[in-house]
Design a protein. Structure first.
Length: 683
């Protein structure tokens, strides 16, 4: 019998030996791309189609690759990792070597072409059988090494006395030799815990004690039994390795089977539906050369927005998920578990939120010339209801207000929070009944007593333009406590902290209402703050302002039809100045070269959201924050800080590597488009 620690280590080694099988190196001309072989029953797919090509393009055509992601810097990073914990690194490399691999092999595998998908095979009168499939384009020598590593991992577990080693069966599916590894899933023969009896409130103290003593005795007598099985099928084709996994699915039924079959004569192949796993894997293997009869790819390409969103070349990452099919699977699983109340609640929530008509999710990250693009699509077809309807209800022009300067990050969101409130109340009422409605009415009544308005009116009065400003990090002094050995007590001290100033600006539709809110806050919290929070009038605005004594300085100010909420030491003063005296158009974001660059790398359009920032400046700010954190870190090895600091790029390199970053959320009749682009200039 092996120890738990040894079992965990061996399981990890086994997983490494199996998992690296999905991390490829070399495409093959004989087979179709792996994801084109996926059947229509696929619900999720992620693929890394050309990581090495992406990295080569990044290094050859961008300052980021030429100045920062250099071989020399990456080599120093690897050296730092190995030196920081030499003992663990040596143990890791020794374990890899035992299975014929080096860390360089793992890097090579991880940056190659692979994919993973989940298939939900329908079954009559049952929930679908969920199966995971991996495919990896590898050269045959690497496949040989991975097969050998798998054999070694199994033998090692046998040699160390593992009592749950996967059993191996060799078979043939679709004319391809397949290894089948089956491992028992162990669990307890009863659900551990302490159940509360229905008549608990009527029980005496003696009866309660007897009840829990019996529960404790049953827990101690519980034994481990086989409650399910995992089947892993591994196959190789010219230049490709394929793996399919039949996920555990029995749940509580597995424990019931074990308890009702004391002799252990359970037909696990039937119970775990091994036949369906074989059938799906056989179809997937055959489709590598023949193509899928009803491919998942056809369903993806049926949505025009996806076809234009995902590039044919240059992508380093792609993801696809059929959310409508996933919703159906969740519903069918609930039905299979004989839980009608949950099914009704699920249907009500999805219908009320308008998510019962949600469709395909697709996205890609790709290097397109000098722009790194991250584009996603979510199917929300018209006519929309529920949450999608609230998203698409309002739009804003793709232009920052004139008061926004160029040296901040700016995001605007078009949204009516009153619509969201209505939706939340509708869901709560539909699922929790009249009690939820009563709770909402009580909350509204309490609020009305303070500001003469209900929650919905308050939220809607913020308007539909939410402006968010992010400035560079600033230092503030915060209160902390330090132990004093002489007094055997804790001394209050001030310590520096880095805070990123943030501001939210609303063009309110009811300034009188928000003045009542500020007055109510002033009457309740200012007298109790001991001067840490004060009522102020400043630059035509009135409101509340806090000092550093209660955390990062904050401000809530109202004036000229605008409500301002700020966090940070200097941003309130500056923002009020900008709102009262907008900068000359040449120095505002809307009239800047930065905005022109944003319009150049992304087709800015009226929509739900837009964001723009100077990527170089924000990266330098992030670097300075990291350096501050490094200086204040309590490192066991002080020299480690100097080594890390030497690896951090200079301000000059960061400014050259990153240009403007921009993003937006817009809607088409088919759904939601989430687009962003980061400019990566060449030298």
């Amino acid at each position: 019998m092996q120890t738990p620690t040894r079992r965990i280590r061996n399981n990890i080694l086994m997983l490494v030996a199996l998992a690296v099988c999905v991390l490829p190196t070399q495409a093959t001309a004989q087979l179709r791309p792996g994801w084109e072989a996926l059947p229509a029953e696929t619900v999720f797919c992620v693929r890394m189609p050309d990581t090495k090509g992406f990295l080569e393009q990044l290094r050859d055509t961008t300052a980021l690759g030429k100045r920062i992601l250099t071989e020399d810097r990456l080599s120093q990073v690897r050296s730092l990792i190995t030196e920081s914990d030499a003992e663990s690194w040596e143990e890791f490399t020794d374990q890899l070597a035992e299975f014929g691999f080096t860390p360089e092999d793992l890097i090579d595998l991880a940056t190659s072409n692979w994919g993973f998908a989940v298939i939900a095979e329908p079954r009559p009168d049952m929930a679908p059988r969920t199966i995971g499939v991996f495919w990896a384009d590898l050269d045959d020598e690497m496949i040989d090494r991975l097969y050998t590593a798998t054999d070694r991992a199994l033998q090692k577990r046998i040699d160390e006395g593992d009592d749950n080693v996967p059993t191996r069966v060799d078979l043939e599916l679709a004319g391809v030799e397949v290894r089948q590894l089956t491992e028992n899933i162990m669990g307890m023969d009863r659900e551990l815990g302490f159940e509360m009896p229905d008549n608990f409130e009527q029980m005496s103290q003696e009866e309660i004690q007897e009840h829990f003593e019996e529960q404790r005795r049953l827990n101690e007598q519980a034994q481990q039994v086989t409650v399910d099985q995992t089947h892993t099928l591994i196959a190789r084709m010219p230049g490709r390795l394929i793996m399919a996994i039949g996920f555990p699915q029995l749940g509580n039924r597995g424990r019931d089977l074990a308890n009702n079959n004391a002799a252990g004569n359970i037909d696990w192949e039937t119970e775990t539906d091994l036949q369906t796993l074989h059938a799906v894997t056989a179809r997937f293997l055959a489709a590598q050369t023949q193509g899928a009869a009803d491919p998942f790819l056809a369903r993806v390409q049926a949505t025009p927005a996806i076809a234009t969103l995902v590039p044919e070349q240059g992508a380093v990452f792609e993801i696809y998920a059929d959310l409508a099919l996933i919703n159906n699977i969740v519903r069918e699983q609930m039905i299979a578990n004989e839980n009608p109340e949950n099914v009704d609640t699920f249907n009500t929530v999805m219908s009320t939120l308008g998510l019962d008509r949600i469709g395909m999710l697709a996205g890609a990250i790709a290097l397109d010339g000098q722009a790194l693009r991250q584009n996603f699509f979510l199917g929300m077809p018209e006519p929309r209801t529920g949450l999608p309807q609230t998203f698409a209800a309002n739009t804003l022009p793709p232009t920052p207000p004139g008061w926004v300067p160029t040296d901040v990050g700016y995001t605007q969101l078009a949204y009516d929070l009153g619509l969201l409130y209505d939706l939340i109340v509708e869901v709560a009422t539909a699922t929790a009944g009249p009690e939820a409605r009563q709770g909402v009415d009580m909350a509204n009544g309490t609020l009305f007593g303070f500001i003469q308005a209900d929650i919905r009116t308050l939220l809607s009065s913020l308007g539909t333009r939410h402006s968010i400003v992010l400035a560079k990090h600033e230092q503030v002094m915060a209160t902390d406590y330090e132990y004093n050995e002489q007094t055997d007590d804790w001394d209050e001290i001030e310590v520096p902290e880095q805070v990123q100033p943030v501001a939210l600006v609303w063009e309110v539709t009811d300034a009188d209402l928000w003045q009542r809110v500020i007055n109510a806050l002033a009457m309740t919290i200012v007298p109790q703050s001991d001067g840490a929070i004060e009522s102020i009038d400043q630059q035509g605005f009135s409101g509340l302002r806090s000092s550093e004594e209660v955390g990062p300085p904050m401000g809530l100010m109202l004036g000229n039809g605008r409500l301002v909420l700020t966090v940070g030491p200097t941003i309130l003063d500056r923002l009020l100045t900008l709102l009262n005296n907008p900068p000359d158009s040449r120095f505002s974001m809307a009239g800047s070269v930065l905005y022109q660059d944003a319009s150049r790398i992304i087709n800015l359009r009226p929509g739900m959201s837009m964001s723009i920032q100077d990527g170089g400046a924000s990266t330098i700010d992030l670097k300075n924050f990291a350096l501050w954190a490094l200086d204040n870190a309590d490192l066991e090895d002080p020299s480690l800080a100097d080594k890390i600091r030497n690896l951090i790029p200079s301000d000059e390199d960061l400014a050259a590597a990153f240009g403007v970053s921009a993003g937006q959320i817009t809607f088409t009749p088919e759904g939601m488009l989430i687009e962003s682009a980061a400019e990566l200039p060449n030298e």
